[in-house]
Write a protein that binds this ligand. Structure first.
Ligand code: ATP
Ligand code: MG
Length: 394
């Protein structure tokens, strides 16, 4: 269902979001700032987005009554997590305006479909994914081309933050890893010599217009995003252009509506390789809240409401640091203490975002801080000071 743009109106129109995590919370903040109300469908009664939304539908993501209520309340609906049941999105799409569509979401949820799409899109995007092979049986393992080893065995579905991945050197390793994952369908990817990792956020409207944000350079730690730096210290102008052009081609070929984040590898020889895409705003795009004219969340609201997409111009160099639950623990112990937010906020250019989660656990994303500054060096000086305050090794 597509129609003209949605006025915020009085009483305010309601925008719906599947999922109650931090991405939904920041989406709600942006929607509310533009005069919309927000409905969240999320099984838990207490969640980061549920705390701030005007309406909470506390059912499972497949509950017919919950979905019907969401469709009834909302003039447009999106998702804040990648693994939302695609069937639920399809059902909602028959009753409300849903962006991104169920078909786009289902490609991003399935590493095989995603890789196939990237290969099909290569004539337009000029980038290829890593060499790979589907592993669904022992016969597939026997048929592995040696050139794919060493590699990484990844589950086809439900992987995130490096979970559902095993590094493998030999065919025997692949067999053991395949068994350890319970024999579910997997993808074996060749291990590539990465120089660094980047991501590109793009947004496309229902009218086919698209915008692409500045390229972000990402550092991961233990499989979780650690920092995002924009402009990326390693990124050349040519690499940035190639990644941005590729993202524009990919979002167009998908016929996507909304914010899409595409992750790329840059290899030691400079080759750009497309890794995966997230059909929603992304952790590596949090810097846009404080450093760009239009944040990724405001952009998602605009795309859903069929309003003109906003300017993506970055007005300040920025570094984003994820704050994990680890920051609440002293050393390796298990005593909890509140991090020294007063000292973090005293640092130049600090913008603190906490997600309203009340039980810090190691490895759990609790918030982030973005440092903006006139120069990247100044932003990075604040980052170093913040790491020291939070007890995070640099
Ligand atoms: P997330 O959803 O958190 O982005 P994920 O669990 O879906 O992550 P990937 O992004 O595919 O998984 O991989 C996680 C990290 O593992 C990558 O950011 C990269 O550092 C490394 N990695 C993945 N695939 C390869 C590869 N083919 N060669 C080298 N390193 C890789
Ligand atoms: Mg990834």
């Amino acid at each position: 269902m597509t129609e003209a743009f949605l006025p915020t109106a009085t009483p305010a129109a309601v925008l719906g979001v599947m999922g109650g995590g931090q991405l939904g919370r920041m989406f709600a903040h942006a929607a509310q700032a533009m005069g919309y109300q927000v409905a969240v469908l999320e099984p838990s009664r207490v969640s980061p987005a549920g705390q701030v939304a005007e309406h909470l539908i506390a059912t499972s993501y497949t509950d017919p009554d919950g979905l019907a209520e969401l469709a009834r309340q909302c003039v447009a609906i999106t998702t804040e997590f990648e693994n939302v049941p695609a069937d639920s999105m399809a059902w909602l799409g028959e009753r409300s305006f849903v962006a991104p569509s169920a078909s786009c979401v289902s490609i991003a949820q399935d590493r095989i479909a995603e890789k196939r799409f990237f290969v099909d899109c290569a004539p337009a995007s000029s980038v290829m994914p890593a060499p790979h092979k589907t592993i669904a049986s022992y016969a597939d393992i026997d048929a592995i081309d040696d050139a794919l080893l060493p590699g990484i065995l990844k589950t086809v579905r439900m992987g995130y933050d490096g979970k559902g991945q095993v590094r493998v050197r030999t065919r025997e390793d692949v067999r053991a890893a395949f068994d350890s994952m319970g024999g579910v369908a997997c993808l074996l990817e060749k291990m590539l010599p990465l120089a660094y990792e980047v991501s590109v956020l793009t947004a496309r409207g229902a009218d086919g217009q698209s915008v692409v944000y500045p390229i972000a350079e990402n550092v991961h730690r233990d499989g979780i995003l650690f920092t995002t730096t924009v402009p990326g210290p390693n990124v050349s102008a040519a690499c940035a252009k190639q990644a941005q052009d590729a993202a524009t081609a990919i979002v167009a070929q998908l016929g996507y509506v909304g914010v899409l984040c595409i992750e790329f590898f840059v290899l030691e020889d400079g080759t750009l390789v497309v890794n995966e895409m997230a059909p929603r705003p992304h952790n590596s795009g949090h810097y846009t809240i404080d450093a760009c004219v239009t944040s990724q969340f405001a952009q998602q609201v605009r795309a859903m409401a069929r309003l003109p997409l906003g300017e993506v111009r970055q007005h300040s160099p920025a570094v984003m640091l994820n704050i994990l639950g680890d920051a609440w623990f002293e050393g390796d112990g298990d005593t909890l203490r509140e991090p020294a937010w007063d000292r973090i906020l005293a640092l130049p250019g600090a913008n603190l975002h906490l997600y309203g989660k009340d039980d810090p656990r190691r490895g759990r994303k609790m918030g982030h801080v973005t440092f903006v500054a006139p120069t990247l060096d100044q932003a990075r000086a604040s980052l170093r000071a913040a790491c020291a305050i939070l007890g995070i090794p640099e």
